[in-house]
Design a protein around this ligand. Structure first.
Ligand SMILES: Cc1cc2nc3c(=O)[nH]c(=O)nc-3n(C[C@H](O)[C@H](O)[C@H](O)COP(=O)(O)OP(=O)(O)OC[C@H]3O[C@@H](n4cnc5c(N)ncnc54)[C@H](O)[C@@H]3O)c2cc1C
Length: 480
């Protein structure tokens, strides 16, 4: 770290270099503030790191990998990240969802084309998704913003009518067939909520709408490119980043008037708890974390031999079949069990990005939900789900790397018990995140802010939590 550390010259210190920490630092720097980012791990990027997890020449995304939120993010879109090395790749289709009969539903960019593979539900799908995809520009300020009065109440009301339901309630009231219900349930499963719980329907709609309105792209070369582009942009006006520095107490932070923490409430309490009111401390203690994740990365000798050829058109494939099966798997996790047939989120970027693996070889990224803190090895069950829809998959495995919740948390303290979203995203915690407060980014301690995905709008790589936290800090007295 430069000699300036400790001399009180920084306008702000950001603890943690995840997408939200970097976004906060960028917003402060482009408003003329002198900023330093302190990152605990040796590599920067938090949930946007990439690494050679299996064999030489294979690039794997350690955490996040597909970026509809990053691509749609109003903040990232406002930055010249392409000039700093970020290149988006759009696979021909955002998502495929295979079934046991050897067919697959494909979520296409076009709502109408998607409907065509949904049999009796083509019309209902068009009616549901068409207006949402068209309204996305107006919805985005509400869905990727902090809690506030909606600027486009009618567009939001139309969304809200459907969204304030569980995905089972929504799918069963609108669709007849298993294909449309399964497609929506797979999207809703990104919420890590039971399929019968509100607002799982909202997650299903948001993910599908993003697919139609923006696609589900990913960065050429890996998610690390997002972090690298943000870091490069931050350094251009003189922002600084130091890795390998874990902050355990506010007292360790270089002297400054403002600190923004890209950490979750549990760590915030440890680092700065003594500076908060008792009421705020108690509220943070009540903050809840969701299920964990078990992840496997594979190096393959060739592409996945899908039964349904359509799966080769998408980078993301949802493995779980019907709504009932996905629901049973997620419900088991919520009972503290490990489902025999877990819902598996799988990505295969190397089909569309030759930088990920040696010629003719491939990478695969897959995870499923497990109970928070679980140590159970789900590798066998994840492989069995892939094999079910792609017989012969196992024979193509050259190497694999597995991570259970404890491994995830060791590599990034924000993944408490393996929760990848910085805290449960149920109805209450989506709005009162981390606590019910007019400016959820501020704390009762002057100059201390929270900027992680434990603030609105929540998990995912979009940088909007960091951006809004920086705006709150800029509006506060200490930074003026
Ligand atoms: C397996 C997995 C798959 C995912 N898939 C996707 C996906 O495909 N698309 C998507 O949009 N999102 C995905 N996510 C979620 C996404 O990665 C997170 O929502 C996002 O990274 C949150 O960003 P953040 O900046 O709030 O926190 P993080 O990215 O978690 O960054 C926090 C940073 O702070 C550092 N830190 C923590 N404590 C300290 C300390 N005391 N001192 C210094 N530094 C500290 C950490 O090391 C880390 O670098 C996935 C996550 C995982 C784990």
């Amino acid at each position: 770290m430069s000699g300036r550390r400790g001399h009180g010259v920084y306008d702000a210190v950001v603890v943690g270099s995840g997408p939200n920490g970097l976004a906060a630092a960028v917003e402060l720097a482009r408003n003329g503030r002198y900023v330093v980012v302190l990152e605990a791990e040796d590599a920067l990027g938090g949930g946007t790191r990439s690494a050679q997890l299996t064999l030489p020449g294979y690039v794997h995304d350690v955490c996040s990998t597909i970026h509809p939120f990053g691509y749609a993010s109003p903040f990232f879109s406002a930055l010249p990240l392409e000039e700093h090395g970020l290149q988006w790749i759009h696979p021909p289709a955002p998502l495929a969802h295979p079934f046991d009969d050897g067919s697959a539903v494909v979520l296409e960019r076009s709502v109408v084309e998607t409907g065509k593979s949904l049999g009796p539900d083509a019309g209902a799908y068009r009616k549901l998704m068409g207006p949402l995809a068209r309204d996305w520009d107006r919805l985005v300020s509400s869905l990727l913003g902090p809690p506030q009065l909606p600027r486009h109440p009618f567009a939001l009301a139309r969304f809200g009518l459907h969204a304030v339901r569980s995905v089972r309630g929504l799918a069963e009231s609108l669709f007849e067939g298993d294909r449309a219900k399964g497609l929506l349930a797979g999207n809703a499963a990104h919420s890590a909520l039971p399929m019968e719980r509100v607002p799982s329907g909202a997650f299903g709609l948001v993910f599908a709408t993003l697919g139609h309105a923006f696609g589900w792209p990913f960065p050429r070369g890996g998610s690390q490119k997002i972090a690298d582009a943000l870091a490069s942009y931050l350094r251009s006006p003189g922002g600084e980043i130091y890795t390998g520095i874990r902050v355990s107490s506010v007292d360790e932070v270089p002297r400054t008037r403002t600190v923004l923490f890209d950490v979750t409430p549990r760590q915030l309490l440890e680092i700065a708890g003594e500076h908060f009111t008792q009421r705020y401390r108690r509220a943070l203690e009540r903050y809840r974390y969701g299920p964990g994740v078990f992840k496997v990365d594979f190096a393959l000798d060739g592409p996945i031999p899908w039964k349904a050829e359509a799966c080769e058109r998408a980078a993301t494939v949802h493995l779980g079949g019907t709504l009932d099966e996905i629901s049973a798997g997620e419900a088991a996790v919520w009972r503290g069990e490990h489902p025999e047939r877990p819902f598996v989120l799988l990505t295969q970027q190397s089909l569309f990005d030759q930088t990920r693996a040696p010629e003719g070889k491939h990478t695969v990224w897959a995870y499923c939900q497990v109970p928070n803190g679980s140590t159970f090895d789900m590798t066998e069950r994840i492989e069995a789900q892939i094999e079910r829809f792609a017989p012969g998959f196992r024979k193509r495995i050259l190497a694999k790397s597995t991570r259970n919740p404890a491994d995830l948390q060791r590599a990034n303290a924000n993944y408490v018990g393996g929760d990848i979203y910085g805290g449960l995203q149920d109805f209450r915690q989506l709005f009162a995140r981390p606590v019910l407060r007019l400016t959820p980014y501020s704390t009762p301690a002057k100059g201390l802010f929270l900027c992680s995905s434990s603030t609105p709008p929540g998990g995912g790589v979009h940088g909007m939590c960091g951006y809004f936290a920086a705006r709150a800090a800029l509006a506060s007295a200490p930074l003026r």
